[in-house]
Design a protein around this ligand. Structure first.
Ligand code: ZN
Length: 105
């Protein structure tokens, strides 16, 4: 998992994932043991945790989520019968939101 420390880097990563496609329906209906790693002090969250806010997603199974500690994380859910999560990157809310602002999202 990569920790993004600068706005420029965050813009680069957001551009790669086509964040503009905001989800109309995003299902996070995964079992409790499907967990993504996060850069915040908790270190990880359940994908189905209602405290997470979905910022965007890339269909079908990649999510950009903001957690209760306001870190922004991009991850992918893998597998069908048994799911695991690959976390790509995480950044603080400040960096993530400033990057999105600059991109006009
Ligand atoms: Zn977190």
């Amino acid at each position: 998992m990569k920790h993004i420390e600068t706005i420029e880097e965050a813009i680069k990563e957001f551009n790669k994932i086509n964040i503009h496609k905001k989800p109309r329906i995003a299902s996070t209906n995964y079992p409790n043991n499907v967990i993504f790693k996060c850069g915040c002090s908790l270190g990880a969250h359940r994908v189905n945790d209602p405290l997470n806010f979905i910022i965007g997603m890339q269909f079908p199974v990649k999510f950009v989520m903001r957690c209760e500690n306001e870190y922004i994380t991009f991850f992918k859910v893998k597998g069908f019968f048994k799911q695991t999560v690959e976390t790509y990157w995480t950044c603080s809310r400040k960096i993530g939101l400033e990057a999105l602002n600059k991109m006009g999202v």
